[in-house]
Design a protein around this ligand. Structure first.
Ligand code: HEC
Length: 142
């Protein structure tokens, strides 16, 4: 019980601090998860190694895509953030870019399931294109 209370005591200040900075940090983590999965899939396909893991990364990307729409709350554009104002000012276009990514992730997971390179190749191209499509319009690299 004492340990439990101690844990609560540690968490409370963190909750109190949950702000734009914390949201930004979490978003960075999510984006880097996306990067990890797509670069792992690229390495698998290029080197023909660990082919059995392709599905795991593709499914992982579907999970990331399930989270990504929620990691751009208002007020999370910190000084370090590379997100352009358009994320919030042009919410409809941003949602469109996000939807493309979500459906490309689903497409990649379905393609991986077939095990056919003819399906997998175009699916990963579309997935990578959906990252770039959003970054081109909504991210300014520092
Ligand atoms: C709908 C828009 C959108 C999609 C889709 C998207 N990103 Fe991003 N990404 C952003 C924005 C905006 C930022 C800048 C966020 C910030 O700095 O606050 C970013 C930042 C990043 C970063 C930098 C993270 C850091 O450490 O600062 C990486 C890496 C990244 N994205 C990878 C990806 C990959 C890989 C995909 C596709 C699998 C992807 N993103 C899909 C909008 C998107």
């Amino acid at each position: 019980m004492k340990v439990f209370l101690l844990m609560i005591a540690c968490f409370v200040p963190m909750v109190a601090l949950a702000d734009g900075e914390a949201e930004y940090k979490y978003r960075e983590g999510i984006m880097n998860s996306a990067k990890g999965h797509i670069s792992s899939m690229g390495a698998i396909l290029k080197g023909q190694v660990h082919m059995d893991n392709l599905q795991i990364h593709a499914d992982g990307m579907v999970d990331v895509a399930g989270i990504m729409p929620d990691v751009f709350p208002a007020g999370s554009q910190t000084a370090k953030s590379e997100a352009l104002d358009a994320v919030w000012d042009d919410a409809a276009a941003f949602k469109e870019a996000m939807d493309k990514f979500v459906s490309a992730s689903n497409g990649m997971a379905a393609a991986a399931k077939t095990g056919e390179m003819g399906e997998i190749g175009p699916a990963i191209q579309a997935l990578g294109g959906s990252c770039k499509g959003c970054h081109d319009d909504f991210r300014q690299e520092h």
